[in-house]
Ligand binder design. Structure first.
Ligand SMILES: Cc1cc2nc3c(=O)[nH]c(=O)nc-3n(C[C@H](O)[C@H](O)[C@H](O)COP(=O)(O)OP(=O)(O)OC[C@H]3O[C@@H](n4cnc5c(N)ncnc54)[C@H](O)[C@@H]3O)c2cc1C
Length: 409
């Protein structure tokens, strides 16, 4: 069992937390919801069921079979807040009841044309408006590839000359990024730029740093994402911080391990360049934890969001705060997880007084399918993660059963 025992003097941290406190972790779930979770995790624990199920669901949507209802009651219902911002209200309320905050994450992958980039921007502006003045929704989020063509960004990163048409499209992408960051700044919310593929990430980051320079002078509004599965990322984080200090703004740093490892490795091998990915998981873990330390040591000039389901990293950050005399609910430090995953971590941290926020994905069911496929694949491919969640769900069902028996005696 993992325990946290910070020196709680002046800290709003309860003296001890355990990520295995099942009662706290599943307090928001009814018996019926818990059974549904059991069914979902039993399914995604099975590689064959995930691979066949994902293909079947995609075909069914393509052939217009009426499977929306089933999806809403299963995978979609578990991992998403709904089809619209309004639908997500139920999740926002449920999470906030337990001191967990929400990031409304429009998880639709667009058609890749100007019309869809514009529509995505408008939708994210709506999430920013929705978060205005609502302490339960402290962040908005966007993916740059939802706002502009990654192929143009790839050309720029490769030093290729752009046609006039591409140049114009790229200017529009930059304007959209700025518009979102400006809107967040204006309404007083924070905004995260997700990290994506290494072959255009430099271009994406340049836009995000330009926005930081404009909007992060007084407080941290705009955050870049650092993928610690890249062997160059710890250095890049430090350089970004040095640069922010030179230019006089606060660095917004969301740390993640990284979601696209297989794709990165495959591309590097196919194209014959050195893979940007760390040689092994231990190296990623080492750099993730070193990055947490670096951010906390420099917390006066960094805003930190730690996006992870890894127990050790969450525990490490929870212990770093009291060590550096930082209050658990200090606005500069957030723990972040995805909706429907690692509730044991989120709810126990929130219960102990830390700032915890969940990405709550939403969008029309059929359009959120790529997001759901990634969640299912991630849960099967990431060693032990869904197995562990499944185990905890089974134990909570058993705990409730035993409690009922004892109460009835
Ligand atoms: C709130 C939130 C926001 C996120 N935003 C982004 C984002 O913007 N961009 C993005 O790319 N991802 C994002 N992710 C996903 C994230 O990058 C991870 O894929 C996911 O969280 C799993 O990592 P973990 O820290 O939770 O824990 P773990 O389960 O401990 O780590 C699994 C991760 O370790 C790394 N890894 C596994 N095996 C190896 C290996 N052999 N060699 C090297 N590294 C290895 C991979 O990154 C893998 O995903 C986000 C996750 C969260 C929770």
């Amino acid at each position: 069992m993992i325990y946290l025992q910070p020196d709680s003097t002046n800290m709003k941290v309860k003296p001890e937390i355990s990520f295995e406190n099942l009662e706290v972790a599943f307090a928001s779930k009814t018996d019926g919801e818990l059974k549904k979770m059991y069914f979902i995790f039993a399914t995604i624990n099975n590689n064959l069921a995930v691979s066949v199920g994902t293909k079947l669901a995609n075909w069914a949507f393509a052939l217009k079979f009426p499977i929306k209802g089933v999806m809403k009651k299963t995978m979609f219902g578990h991992f998403c807040g709904g089809e619209s911002i309004e639908d997500c209200q139920h999740s926002v309320d449920k999470l906030s009841e337990f001191n967990v905050k929400t990031i409304l994450d429009y998880s639709v992958e667009g058609e890749g044309d100007e019309k869809s980039f514009e529509a995505t921007k408008q939708e994210i502006l709506r999430t920013i408006d929705r978060s205005a003045g609502d302490e339960h929704i402290p962040f908005a989020v966007f993916k740059v590839t939802g706002l502009g063509d990654y192929k143009i960004m790839t050309k720029i990163q490769n030093g290729k000359k752009l046609s006039n048409k591409d140049q114009l499209a790229f200017e529009k992408t930059k304007q959209r990024v700025d518009e979102l960051c400006h809107a967040a700044f204006t309404v007083g919310t924070k905004i995260l730029a997700d990290a994506e593929d290494s072959w255009y990430q430099d271009v994406l980051e340049t836009m995000v740093y330009e926005a930081m320079e404009k909007y992060n002078k007084e407080k941290c509004v705009v955050y870049n994402t650092f993928q610690m599965y890249r062997h160059d990322m710890l250095d890049r984080l430090k350089k970004a911080h040095e640069n922010a200090q030179k230019k006089g703004y606060i660095l917004g740093a969301k740390l993640v391990r990284g979601a696209y490892m297989e794709k990165e490795r495959e591309r590097a091998e196919k194209k014959g360049y050195n893979s940007p990915i760390q040689p092994d998981k231990a190296s990623t873990d080492r750099d993730y934890n070193a990055a947490l330390e670096y951010c906390i040591e420099n917390i006066d000039t960094i805003g930190l969001v730690s996006g992870s389901h890894n127990e050790q990293s969450n525990l490490k950050l929870a212990m770093l705060l009291p060590q550096f005399n930082i209050k658990s609910n200090d606005e500069r430090v957030y723990f972040a997880q995805l909706y429907g995953m690692s509730d044991t971590i989120s709810f126990n941290l929130a219960h102990a007084g830390f700032n915890v926020v969940k990405y709550v994905p939403y969008g029309p069911v059929e359009k959120v399918m790529p997001y759901l496929s990634r969640r299912a694949e991630e849960n099967t491919s990431v060693a032990g993660q869904s197995g562990r969640e499944f185990d905890l769900i089974k134990r909570e069902i058993e705990r409730r059963k035993n409690k009922r028996i004892t109460n009835n005696k």
